[in-house]
Design a protein around this ligand. Structure first.
Ligand code: NAD
Ligand code: WQD
Length: 338
């Protein structure tokens, strides 16, 4: 299939494009490079052994998008493009609502005008809020999101469902990612946050490489086996493969299909730190800090629906994720800066 990847230069998009190529699909990348580097695409091209068509376009730019849709007949769009920093979204709600919501509205309109009505949307475990059911199944009701970023994901899920309801020619696959970490095993691609990392794994790797003094562990008084927060970490290569598998739901014309994409196993912050130290033989000093506002104690999924309907399940475990995250960081201590 010929697939448009909005936000395809980013962390998850760049890994997905490699998995799409492996599976014999043709990927075209569109990204405004607001939070990514053209080097990610250069590295991805090295890995797959060919150039990837790339358009530096903002999804809010209707004219720019239209030109891309006029140049290609897409079978589907995988829609990664969006702003994703939880804390920043609290500071800049308008920018988040404008980029994520308006950008998606323009994209959907241009898609339908060009007869492309198949979309895979990057949603997030954050839509469950403080989940009512653990492990979380797709039947678990959505919860209250404590930040504008999470609200954009929850709202966009609703928008996509309404669009499909009004026009059954649409096929909408909503993937609720849990906590993506890891990197391409080559060490050429990985997570490249700007400034101080918000997420756990990039913070750990930056401590290990000597860029930061110590990890702050946000809370050791949760009701978990060691008091620290439990999450469902998923290797980004497995996540990329989940998008390839999701094309099946489009081929089967499922209408709307929602899947949890995680491993189904929860690890605490200290489990991850210990695994990282054990696998990589490096030190990660840490101090216990107060809880971070908005965090939940435990969040991990039941990924059985994706296995049953898409034949997808995670292949990599926490040790692979720790090894590959470190391999990326130590080969690229300053990310994509050359
Ligand atoms: P990322 O920031 O690395 O990638 C997103 C890409 O979208 C970036 O390259 C950015 O430049 C681009 N972009 C943003 N706004 C755009 C616009 N208006 N027009 C064109 N391009 C634009 O993030 P990621 O980690 O790869 O996440 C991809 C998607 O998955 C996002 O929608 C994110 O919200 C979602 N998601 C991420 C996580 C996570 O922890 N990484 C978890 C759940 C869901
Ligand atoms: C994981 C655990 C922290 C950093 C976020 C978004 C979610 C999704 C994935 C986009 C928690 C602890 C973290 C640190 C720490 N993104 N931690 N010290 O919060 O589960 O999910 O990313 O959709 O929407 O909310 O991920 O990596 O920030 O935190 O102790 O320096 O690590 O408290 O228990 P989170 P995370």
């Amino acid at each position: 299939m010929k697939i448009l990847l909005t936000g395809g230069a980013g962390f998850i998009g760049s890994h997905t494009l490699i998995e799409l190529d492996k599976a014999g699909h043709e990927a075209v990348v569109l990204d405004n490079l607001y939070n990514s580097s053209p080097l990610a695409l250069k590295r991805a091209a090295e890995i797959i052994g060919k150039e990837v068509p790339f358009y530096q376009v903002d999804i809010r730019d209707r004219e720019g998008l239209t030109k891309v849709f006029e140049a290609h007949q897409f079978d589907a769009c995988i829609h990664f493009a969006g702003l994703k920093a939880v804390g920043e979204s609290v500071e800049k709600p308008l920018e988040y609502y404008e980029n994520n919501l308006n950008g998606t509205f323009v994209l959907l309109d241009v898609m339908r005008k060009h007869g492309c009505k198949n979309i895979i949307f990057s949603s997030s475990a954050t839509v469950y809020g403080d989940p009512e059911i653990i492990p979380i199944t797709e039947e678990c009701p959505k919860g209250i999101c404590t930040n504008p970023y999470g609200k954009t994901k929850s709202m966009l899920e609703d928008v996509l469902i309404d669009v499909q309801k009004a026009d059954p020619e649409w096929n909408v696959v909503v993937l609720r990612y849990f906590n993506p970490i890891g990197a391409h095993p080559s060490g050429k691609l990985g997570d490249n946050p700007n400034g101080i990392p918000n997420n756990l794994m990039p913070y750990i790797t930056q401590v290990a490489v000597g860029k930061r003094k110590e990890l702050g562990v946000f809370g050791a008084d949760y009701d978990t086996h060691d008091g620290t927060g439990v999450r469902d970490y998923i290797h980004v290569v497995d996540l990329g493969r989940a998008h390839v598998a999701s094309l099946k739901a489009i081929e089967q014309k499922k209408g709307v299909a929602i899947y949890n994409i995680g491993t189904g196993t929860g690890y605490s912050v200290l489990d991850v730190v210990k695994a990282f130290v054990r696998v990589n033989g490096v030190d990660v000093p840490y101090v216990i800090k107060p809880r971070r506002s908005g965090d939940v104690a435990v969040n991990y999924c039941n990924p059985a629906k994706a296995k049953m309907e898409l034949g997808w399940e995670a292949q990599y475990g926490i040790e692979d994720m720790c090894r590959d995250s470190w391999n990326w960081q130590k080969q690229n201590p300053n990310g994509f800066e050359e």
